[in-house]
Write a protein that binds this ligand. Sequence first.
Ligand code: PGA
Length: 250
Amino acid sequence: MRKLYIAGNWKMNITPSQAVEYAKKLKDSDIDKNVKVMIAPSFVCLPDVCRALNNTGIIVAAQNVNNNQKGAFTGEVSCEMLKDLGINDVIIGHSERRQYYCESDELINEKVKIALDNNMDVILCIGETLEQRENGELKSVLKKQVYTGLKDVSDSDIFKITLAYEPVWAIGTGKTATPEDAQEAHSYIRYLINSLYGEKVSEKIIIQYGGSVKPENAKQLMACPDIDGALVGGASLKIDQFLSIINVNK
Ligand code: PGA
């Protein structure tokens, strides 16, 4: 049985003081013990949020990381810096990073590998644009993103990876993929993992869905056989909404 993994990506929202308030509320909330929970605040919020959630089992992750170990990269943050704060998890390849900061599959692969070298867990985001879907390119896009994103990732490291399928046209738009569309993509992604790492790995790997997940649609999406959790943007900013997604099966 794969454990449900619900992650909140705050993006460039929530200030450090608001973040601490949120984290304290989350700590005191009733959370389904069968669910793995993560929040990804902005870099400047990480030290305080880590302290607030210390020893709670709630994971605090970074939204991005640089592909170099250290050096002259103004404005960037390294794995070593995150690890020093006690951060062991990072989101890599989010579609906003791909779209607005020109991150290629090759760069994303470098980031994945440096995170793994630093013994971090990764949520690797993949997903097609509306144009690609309409052109019938869904499978070829997912294949390239999975194969290149995971290039040279060993059998022993693959369990440090969670995949997040996020159709770009569903992110922040209020449009959600139908459970059928999402399931179809997830099952194809699992097939790709099977082709790379074998059946055992493909049965175990966690594949989250992301794109306008809300309390109203979470149950239906999470009930799909190949959907093992959610990467939640907008609805994770309101703690009540995030909690009802976390406790979807309670
Ligand atoms: P959304 O964002 O839930 O606001 O659509 C999801 C994401 O970008 O991870």
